[in-house]
Write a protein that binds this ligand. Structure first.
Ligand code: ADP
Ligand code: MG
Length: 325
């Protein structure tokens, strides 16, 4: 059986492209770009809580890193370095190889160096710590929204939740939508380019990990403002709409910006070839209050913003989801 050192050497050691000293010493050395701030974030993923034992290892590897990349995207930062702490049961080479393939595919896609970590035996769990850079003072925060700002969301939220619902036999999707929703679930594409482009444009931002309404709630609370949403192209009632509003795990960006930026944002959507949809506006009001109208003007504000309320059989263990417990 491979020792811990052999295992690290075989599966978790690759070349680096912007690191002074990577895996192998007591610590890694990095040289942050002068004038930039470091953004640091970490996420813990535990088998049985955040993913099931039979989750595809390659998809899990991708997603372990991708959910962290998404946090940096939401800060408007450039991801640069990651550390991986892994708790592994008796190592199965095929499983580890597939996990590493997914993890490094994501690392390469976003130009991230794996610079260290820790490895120990036990019930399977992973903790990724990610570091990135942003020009001093330019990071996007949850707390900057002000009355009059437009509220925007990227992509088409809800696809990951629908994919999960399909896998759990709670909802039936057909091709080509099925493949699209499963891709969103297993290989989310964190919106790093968008986050970078939104520096100096967005007043607040968050990534959609818990669901659009729940995550908008975090912006409202931290910015001490309220919101009126009117979503013109809201899916018809039912699981599609529930997933759009409350499904987690999509890793789209939800952001606010002054209405004077509306045209820049529309132009950005074209440049990035990514839908950016204006879904409402920030208003002065009780902090955290959120009122939702459909395209016809009907008040459809839900009693709860949480996904579990909508899709009650989901406990979120079909795949990785950071905050569903
Ligand atoms: P130490 O005993 O000094 O903590 P370790 O034996 O735990 O050293 O780790 C040896 C080297 O391998 C260190 O550079 C560490 O950062 C790296 N490392 C350990 N586990 C992982 C992992 N899962 N992924 C990447 N690097 C790892
Ligand atoms: Mg160690």
């Amino acid at each position: 059986m491979a020792s811990e050192f052999e295992l690290i050497a075989r599966y978790f050691t690759r070349g680096t492209s912007h690191t002074v000293l990577g895996v192998g010493d007591d610590g890694a050395l990095i040289a942050p770009t002068p004038g930039r701030e470091l953004v640091v974030s970490t996420d813990l993923l535990v088998e049985g809580t955040h993913f099931l034992a039979d989750t595809d290892a390659e998809a899990l590897g991708w997603k372990c890193l991708a959910v962290n990349v998404s946090d940096l995207a939401a800060m408007g930062a450039q991801p640069r370095w990651a550390l991986l702490a892994a708790v592994l049961p008796a190592p199965t080479p095929e499983w580890l190889e597939a996990f590493a393939r997914g993890f490094f595919a994501c690392a390469e896609a976003y130009d991230i160096d794996l610079i260290g970590g820790d490895t120990t035996r036990g019930p399977r769990a992973f903790c990724v710590t990610i570091l990135g850079e942003v020009e001093a003072g330019q990071a996007l925060r949850r707390s900057g929204a002000t009355a009059g700002d437009s509220i925007w969301v990227s992509g088409r939220p809800g696809r990951a939740a629908l994919g999960l619902a399909h896998l759990q036999a709670r909802y039936a999707l057909t091709e080509p939508r099925l493949a699209d929703c499963l891709a969103a679930l297993h290989r989310p594409q964190p919106r790093v380019e968008l986050g970078l482009a939104l520096r100096g444009i967005a007043s607040a931002a968050i990534d959609v990990s818990d669901g659009l309404l729940a995550d908008l709630g975090h912006i409202l609370e931290q910015s001490a403002v309220a919101a009126r949403l009117r979503i013109a192209e809201l899916p018809a009632a039912g699981p599609e709409r529930d997933a759009f509003l409350a499904g987690g795990d999509d890793y789209e960006l939800l952001f606010t910006a002054a209405p004077s930026a509306d045209q820049d944002i529309a132009a950005l959507a074209a440049t990035l070839n990514l839908p950016l949809t204006r879904i409402g506006e920030i208003v002065a009001g009780p902090p955290g209050e959120l009122v939702l109208h459909d395209g016809d003007g009907n008040d459809i504000t839900p009693a709860s913003r949480g996904y579990d309320h909508f899709m009650s059989r989901s406990s979120g263990t079909g795949t990785v989801s950071r905050d569903q417990q």
